[in-house]
Design a protein around this ligand. Structure first.
Ligand code: 1GP
Length: 254
């Protein structure tokens, strides 16, 4: 089954998922990556996101290859630009940065990437990407040359997501940016959740299991954890326990 369909089914059933974000730039040691892969595998992580807003190294393919050779968890590219395409992954978030007004990231890069994607087997997942202000300027805000939506402008974010859904985007990704000072607040997640029917991805600054739980409770379908695992890989155990408990309680209510 396609990943998009799985996410839609899980969303409709009220079940939650976890993605671990791997930024190839931060993987300087294959041993560290294999430890993270083992931990992810043992803790029922649903997806790997691979990418970053600025990749300065050339090891994207090596990272994807190592994941594919080690575990059967699907790899979804989370590209910072049209150069970050690797056909050995399973899928790609085809991101349109709809919170910004940078035409290159709304449609320009997509025109360059489309013929490449047409000719390979990656599942293309059309995604409305919405940046929310989270304190100090994040790499993604700087590199994308866009202004994130202020964190208390709930209806602005909701209307942005709604417009994305009406344009046919199949996922909405609310991102505070990697290593964000503040994660996206529950009211913001909940307001956007109520505005759209598509699955909602939430990430940026989730560095405790309580923050992960808050995001799930507010309506996130898939939470993305990256930075925090660099310092504390065992956080994944705590977060996956909470997601497991959540999904068990959904099963028990059936
Ligand atoms: C960033 O949403 C992702 O785009 C994950 O953020 O690295 O802060 O977990 P963190």
């Amino acid at each position: 089954m396609k990943i998009l369909n799985t996410l839609q089914e899980r969303h409709q059933a009220g079940k939650k998922s976890i993605a671990v974000l791997i930024d190839p730039d931060k993987i300087d040691d294959p041993v560290r990556l294999s430890n993270l892969l083992r931990l992810a595998n043992e803790n029922c992580v649903d997806y790997f996101f691979v990418g970053g807003s600025l990749i300065t190294t050339t090891n994207l393919s090596d990272v994807v290859k190592q994941i594919k050779e080690t575990v059967s968890i699907p790899v979804i590219l989370f590209p910072g630009g049209s150069l970050q395409i690797d056909s050995s992954a399973d899928a790609i978030l085809f991101l349109s940065l709809i919170s910004g007004r940078n035409p290159d990231l709304l449609i320009g890069q997509h025109v360059v990437a489309a013929p490449i994607l047409k000719n390979n087997r990656l599942e293309v997942m059309p995604t409305g990407y919405i940046l929310i202000n989270s304190g100090r300027t994040t790499s993604v805000a700087y590199i994308s040359n866009t202004t994130p939506i202020p964190e208390d402008k709930y209806s602005l974010a909701a209307c942005t997501a709604l417009a994305g859904e009406m344009l046919g985007l199949r996922l909405i990704y609310l991102d505070a940016g990697s290593g964000a000072e503040r994660e996206i607040n529950a009211k913001m997640i909940n307001t956007v959740r109520k505005a759209v029917d598509v699955p909602l991805i939430v990430g940026g600054g989730i560095n405790t299991s309580q923050k992960a739980f808050n995001a799930l409770e507010a309506g996130a379908d898939l939470i993305v954890i990256g930075n925090a695992l660099e310092k504390n890989p065992d956080l994944l155990i705590e977060i996956s326990d909470r997601v497991y408990d959540w999904n068990q309680s959904v099963e028990a209510r059936k």
